[in-house]
Design a protein around this ligand. Sequence first.
Ligand SMILES: NC(=O)c1ccc[n+]([C@@H]2O[C@H](COP(=O)([O-])OP(=O)(O)OC[C@H]3O[C@@H](n4cnc5c(N)ncnc54)[C@H](OP(=O)(O)O)[C@@H]3O)[C@@H](O)[C@H]2O)c1
Length: 203
Amino acid sequence: MRIAIVGASGTIGKAVVELLEAGHEVIKMGSTSGDVLIDMSSRESIRTAFDKVGRVDAIMSTAGQVSFKPFGEYTDEDWDVSLQSKLMGQIRLTEEGLNYLNDGGSVTLTSGITSDFPIRFGTSATTVGGAIEFFAKSAGLEAPRGIRINVVSPTVLDESIPVYGDFFPGFLTIPGKEVAQFYKRSMMGLENGHTFKCFGGNC
Ligand SMILES: NC(=O)c1ccc[n+]([C@@H]2O[C@H](COP(=O)([O-])OP(=O)(O)OC[C@H]3O[C@@H](n4cnc5c(N)ncnc54)[C@H](OP(=O)(O)O)[C@@H]3O)[C@@H](O)[C@H]2O)c1
């Protein structure tokens, strides 16, 4: 299959690329690095990027920023980071990406364990993560030409413990190479509108 991965240089993205490159053609995308540059915050950038990429069988997003702050201290600008990057960035990518997907293709987005298990300072992550999952639940049903839309919701990756570990006390972690399998399942399986909750074990 021909797969476009937005966020390919990131912690999750690298693991997904490594798994899928073995048997597929992978186009790596990001705002500062990759085969084709793309900025998910701009529809124009998404269209320009996919005009270069051409038609694909799967689009994956392993990108999306959120702001972490104590509840009550978020400014509108803080909310905008999470809403415009992680939520609207992935929604825009899906909406525009449909025009470049082959029949029976798939979109796989990324939320996170905070959608189910809130953490301190994580209200915006929980809010947008939950919204992405509900977006896929509905958009997947309406998507044309047999295209499916799913979400992967990982717990903290082993590789991210040095960065996020203090925010997730007592949470079980998961290696990136296991998380990557859920992106493969989303692409090759039957599920649609589904959130793969990879919180450790065969979930
Ligand atoms: N790591 C974890 O433990 C974990 C667990 C659960 C959920 N998540 C979620 O998974 C997502 C990815 O996490 P990560 O840790 O892999 O992130 P990361 O290492 O920071 O990587 C982010 C990726 O997104 C790309 N990117 C950033 N802004 C972009 C934009 N505007 N347009 C297109 N690409 C953009 C970056 O490439 P460029 O710099 O080239 O743009 C990079 O490839 C995040 O939403 C995060 O909340 C992560």
